[in-house]
Design a protein around this ligand. Sequence first.
Ligand SMILES: NC(=O)c1ccc[n+]([C@@H]2O[C@H](COP(=O)([O-])OP(=O)(O)OC[C@H]3O[C@@H](n4cnc5c(N)ncnc54)[C@H](OP(=O)(O)O)[C@@H]3O)[C@@H](O)[C@H]2O)c1
Length: 245
Amino acid sequence: MSASLTGRLTGKMALVTGASAGIGRATAVALAKEGAQVIASGRREQELQALQHECAAFEGQILPMAGDLVDADFLARLCEQAREADIFINNAGVLTYAPLLELTDAQNEAMFELNVMTGIRICQRMARAMVARGGGHIVVMSSLSARNIRPFAGVYGATKHAMSGIAKSLRIELAASGLKVTELAPGMVDTDIRVSSTHAEVQKSLQSRKYAPLSAQDVAEAVVYAVCTPPNCCPDLIELRPTLS
Ligand SMILES: NC(=O)c1ccc[n+]([C@@H]2O[C@H](COP(=O)([O-])OP(=O)(O)OC[C@H]3O[C@@H](n4cnc5c(N)ncnc54)[C@H](OP(=O)(O)O)[C@@H]3O)[C@@H](O)[C@H]2O)c1
């Protein structure tokens, strides 16, 4: 741990999935700025190395772990590396917006496999390790799509409803074990997550929106708020809504 960088999370270890881009990347930087040692995962090794380099400039500690979370062997290695993590940000996710009747099995399976099945597997592993160590904090990155279903976001929204349920279950079953669970539900955030959503109706709908998206930094700041709360306090649910412009 760096001797000169001190913050509210000095001495803590965090695992952030989906740290190579967007919300996860901003979150990894924000946690490192607070002094946490951050295990940063994503498939793109170069992006993770760039993140490590950026954080080294302020003596932030990033340990890159590149790999596909859908690969069971990689998931096991990642969780082993992070077995002493105090904080876990379950953030990696994929999205394809399209009219429900036009979504393909492959698109639906990709969303459910990463967002839900992988999310459950990694939350189970990280929660088991935290319970064994007497506590920890899991942040589940859901979405406002976990509360309302909007046109073209049906399957994605269903995956986020599922993870909202998992977050509640973890909280209810494991509160007595010292585990804090925060569901963080942002509205639209300015990242590359929608690049595969090329359907003309989706593009038209996105262009007609009357608000500016949130920034990844807005969400990262909410994560830092949640994980820096004192032991007697847990924000169960944070909804972040872009304001009308
Ligand atoms: N952007 C929004 O409007 C918004 C709103 C509400 C909630 N969210 C949620 O916030 C989370 C992050 O979204 P984002 O907007 O930051 O997305 P993003 O910019 O597309 O980043 C997604 C991250 O997930 C990683 N990832 C994707 N598939 C992976 C896999 N198979 N194995 C390992 N890592 C994988 C990506 O890394 P690699 O490509 O390097 O693997 C990347 O780091 C998601 O759960 C999303 O549902 C986003």
